[in-house]
Design a protein around this ligand. Structure first.
Ligand code: ADP
Length: 483
């Protein structure tokens, strides 16, 4: 059942279109991944509801766009404050539908609110340019304009932050939005919309539908009214949506899968590397797109690093979100558990050593023991594909150039990490690694002030920072002659 919230108004189960919550004839179940219990039945949207949401966003666009940047900023700022005022309720709801430990959920509320705050500030700084003219008697002006209606499609692993990271810059720029949150975690997005309305987001500026993902996706992508797609999720679905978006040539931002390397050089501060490894690998039970997937450890420090990592992993506590001291929640669903089991079985069969963990947790359900593996090799499935679970696979390497080649040997390039105290090496390796983001002697890189995004098949575009608003604007050039 749902957690008891201080503000029960935050719980909504309909679709949100033109400022109205509407129920639909069909519904789908949202459950708690820690125990499989039913949380709520949510309206199952398809093409019709999605078209209604697009129409509402289209109608609201000229009104929202016409507001001054300062007016839009005030709404976003208030929305951010309301999120913080309701931090505990939002965290409880998020933990219930997503499974993350409550302390992490509280942290995500603050992180999610930071995107609304940040883009409230950036709204006022969407500057254009005045360019020295190429001819006499003329001026060249460059203006930034909102692209129009935005389709935002978000995953379950950060039920609030992935939404505000898109809706914040979209609304700041003057766009309106149709959001399709993950069917695993729609309730957090709904609660966010309730607070948005209280903050003064006008009807139709932010709309939400979820349910039949392919038909919602098809409708959004086929619409010529929708001018932009912003997607966070799997590479497979990202590519599908980009193909669909090409028919109407939408602007696209994609945050897709990663396969993050984490390199420990022999000159590294090993204790700091272990602390960074724990933070990066085991956050959200290994279910973030910037979680480490491959630990490369240089010969001389391999044993020390893996021993210390194993000791740190031993101290983790598996359980449901509200249990005292729990640091590792359940995996999101059975399919996620099956993937982790398949990767570990494959590694074991190919000769890896399990230093700790390596099996489902005694708690049952989708709980899996935090695991450290030594002797991983590039032939193992977990090296090619993101495990998205609490498994730290460690590979041994000898030289800098060998590890750079290994790190770059995937189609992905979202985040990478390395530990070294040699300045020349730091810049050489940072230059060579193909990745949108690199943590150097740091295991946690996400912040609203810096650009988040990938290269290669990890995506297109950047979220957060001053760059994040660009994805929601286009550039208009005016040649003003006859002067
Ligand atoms: P994950 O493996 O993280 O669940 P997905 O790419 O499957 O990644 O999911 C990310 C988001 O994409 C979710 O909101 C999901 O419902 C949505 N999605 C999945 N398939 C489609 C589709 N065919 N069209 C539009 N959205 C989709």
């Amino acid at each position: 059942s749902l957690p008891p919230l201080k503000n029960s108004e935050l719980i909504k189960t309909g679709v949100y279109i033109a400022g109205q919550w509407k129920s639909l004839p069909e519904q789908y179940a949202v459950t708690n991944p820690a125990n499989g219990e039913l949380l709520a039945h949510v309206a199952q949207a398809g093409a019709t509801a999605t078209q209604g949401a697009i129409d509402a966003a289209e109608k609201a666009f000229p009104i929202w766009r016409a507001k001054t940047a300062k007016q839009r900023a005030a709404v976003l700022r208030k929305w951010s404050d309301l999120m913080l005022d309701n931090q505990e309720d939002l965290a409880q709801l998020m933990s219930a539908e997503q499974g993350k430990p409550i302390a992490e959920a509280r942290g995500e509320v603050v992180y999610a609110a930071s995107f609304l705050e940040w883009f409230a500030e950036e709204a006022k700084r969407a500057y254009g340019d005045v360019i020295p003219s190429h001819k006499a008697g003329a001026k060249i002006l460059v203006l930034k304009e909102p692209v129009g209606v935005v389709a935002a499609i978000t995953p379950w692993n950060f039920p609030l932050a992935m939404v505000t990271r898109k809706v914040g810059p979209a609304l700041a720029a003057g766009c309106t939005v149709v959001l399709k949150p993950s069917e695993e975690t729609p309730l957090s997005a709904h609660a966010l919309a309730v607070l948005g309305e209280q903050a003064g987001v006008p009807a139709g500026v932010f709309n939400i539908v979820s349910g039949d993902a392919p038909s919602i996706g098809n409708t959004l992508m086929a619409s010529s009214v929708v001018r932009k797609l912003s997607f966070t999720g799997s590479t497979r679905v990202g590519k599908l949506l980009m193909r669909q978006a090409s028919d109407t040539l939408k602007k696209v931002s994609l945050e897709l899968g990663g396969n993050a390397p984490f390199i420990v050089f022999d000159d590294a501060d090993i204790d700091a590397a272990v602390a960074g490894a724990m933070a990066s690998k085991f956050r959200n039970t290994g279910q973030t797109c910037v979680c480490v997937n491959r630990f490369y450890v240089q010969d001389a420090v391999f044993d020390t690093f893996t021993q210390k990592l194993t000791a740190a992993v031993k101290a983790l506590k598996v359980g449901s979100a509200l249990e005292d001291g729990v640091t590792q929640g359940p995996l999101i669903n059975q399919a996620a558990l099956a993937k982790v089991e398949r990767h570990v079985a494959d590694a074991r069969a190919k000769g890896a050593q399990i230093l700790i963990g390596g099996k489902p947790d005694v708690k049952g359900g989708t709980f899996y023991e935090p695991t450290v593996i030594a002797g991983a090799t590039p032939e193992m499935e977990m090296s090619q594909e993101e495990t998205f679970g609490p498994v730290a696979a460690c590979y041994r390497f000898s030289t800098e150039d060998e590890v750079i080649a290994l790190a770059n040997s995937t189609p992905f390039g979202l985040s990478a990490y390395f530990y070294s105290r040699d300045l020349a090496r730091v810049f050489y390796v940072a230059d060579q690694i193909e990745s949108g983001m690199i943590g150097i002697n740091e295991g946690v890189i996400s912040t609203e002030v810096a650009p988040f995004g990938g290269v290669k098949e990890s995506g297109i575009g950047r979220e957060g920072s001053k760059y994040g608003i660009e994805d929601y604007m286009h550039t208009k050039y005016l040649l003003l002659g006859g002067l």
